[in-house]
Design a binder for this molecule. Structure first.
Ligand code: CMC
Length: 388
């Protein structure tokens, strides 16, 4: 039956927010929302978090299989080669990030876009060029975020090192000192957990741009823009804001009861696909125990666990469970990371998924071009401006 494309408002039923709509085929990742499971290329997120690394996971997403040791070494080498940024991009970051002037996600969006202007290969139209750009952009996102962090803290930008893993080098550039093994592992896990997640809003945005055959930088800038919002990547930052607002574990129940009664959205809970526990939240909860112990921030964890218990009891039956953003804020704050950096770090990781999906889309492309149901006036006369 043909869909009615001209109708009265509300007359035609459709899945708002494209819920349940199949956008395309993809082999990158699968979210089993009812059972609370996540797989990249069929491998569970638990296995990847425990045994893999960000670079290996990136290889898996890019090339649809795990690498051999040599292949992994080559990808790592290629990533380190691209770590540095054009001077003009460092200057841009310095000029807008000092004194906490501009928000990091906005600076990142502009810095990635500006990097393209200094990349002669940015618009090259070959498969080899797209693959190179995927690796280049994913590598450089970490340098951009670390530089933003340094300038915001009034400290000199730290140049990348080629002898460190992606996670270790990222923390090194953020802090100006080499991280220990534990912090490196935690950052690596954060990057692995956020690398891909089915047809989420930012990946879809990336693919809409890619489907027009626009370049990889433009596609990633589309992804960053979509990730920025509080309903998507911006939620983790607001979780910490909520913890600070609640103030202490004793206040959790009153605060939440009031918020739930007022139908407020509790950040770090709920998901379009998961109607069970987000497995990434379980993994981060595990790390939060050790990270908060080391940092002496156990109070945050106690509060977060109380919130989790309250929410599951009250709203679990409705399918509202903690998502990845709930514990990531506690983990990153305890590692001394400013909450404005949480979403940019999410982007550092998700760049792997965005670019891998963009390459997949390019191999069998058709432009995304859906329709609206038109609910405006059937016809009306044009009225000249001086007669209105
Ligand atoms: N707190 C309280 N109620 C909620 C929440 C929440 N966090 N999330 C959903 N609900 C309720 C919502 O009020 C609605 O209730 P009712 O049917 O009575 O009106 C029902 O659940 C369905 O919610 P929805 O907003 O229509 O669901 P959605 O699939 O459109 O939105 C979501 C999914 C993630 C945007 C939403 O759950 C939300 O806003 N959560 C808070 C923000 C957040 O944590 N986002 C991070 C998502 S995970 C990381 C990522 O992918 O970026």
């Amino acid at each position: 039956m043909a869909v009615k494309l001209v109708a009265k408002p509300g007359e035609v039923e459709f899945p708002k927010g494209m819920e349940g709509v199949i956008a395309n085929e993809s082999r990158k990742s699968y979210v089993n929302g009812l059972e609370g499971k996540l797989y990249y290329e069929g491998i569970t997120i638990q296995d990847l978090a425990e045994h893999s690394s960000f670079e290996e996971t990136f290889f898996l997403l890019l090339y649809d299989r795990l690498p051999t040791a040599d292949e992994l070494a080559i990808l790592k080498h290629r990533m380190t080669q691209y770590r540095n940024l054009p001077n003009e991009v460092y200057e841009l970051i310095e000029s807008v990030s000092a004194g906490y002037l501009a928000k990091p996600m906005s600076v990142m969006r502009t810095a990635v876009s500006m990097t393209a202007l200094f990349d002669e290969a940015a618009e090259e139209e070959t498969e080899a060029a797209f693959e190179r750009e995927a690796i280049k952009i994913t590598s450089r996102m970490a340098t951009i975020v670390a530089a933003i962090n340094r300038v915001r803290e009034g400290k000199p930008i730290v140049q990348p090192r080629a002898d460190l893993s992606h996670a270790a080098n990222f923390l090194y550039m953020m802090r100006g000192e080499e991280p220990d093994e534990f912090d490196t592992k935690v950052m690596d896990v954060i990057l692995v957990l956020h690398a891909d997640h089915g047809c989420n809003a930012s990946t879809f945005a990336t693919l809409v741009v890619t489907s027009t055959l626009a370049d990889m930088y433009s596609a990633v800038v589309g992804g960053i823009s979509a990730l920025k919002g509080p309903l998507h990547g911006g939620a983790n930052q607001r979780v910490m804001k909520m913890l600070n607002e609640i103030g202490s574990a004793d206040n959790v129940e009153n605060w939440l009861a009031d918020a739930v009664a007022k139908k407020k959205k509790i950040m770090g809970f709920g998901h379009r696909v998961y109607k069970a526990m987000d497995p990434r939240a379980v993994i981060l909860h595990g790390y939060a125990k050790e990270v908060t112990k080391r940092a002496g921030t156990e109070d945050w964890l106690v509060m977060a666990e109380k919130i989790e218990k309250f929410m599951i009891e009250k709203l679990g039956q409705k399918g509202i469970w903690p998502n990845v953003d709930f514990f990531s804020g506690v983990v990153m704050s305890s590692m001394g990371i400013d909450d404005e950096l949480f979403t940019p770090i999410f982007a550092v990781s998700r760049a792997a998924g965005w670019t891998a999906h963009a390459l997949e889309q390019r191999k069998d492309n058709r432009i995304y071009r859906p329709r609206f149901v038109y609910v405006g006036p059937a016809t009306q006369e044009y009225v000249p401006i001086d007669e209105r």
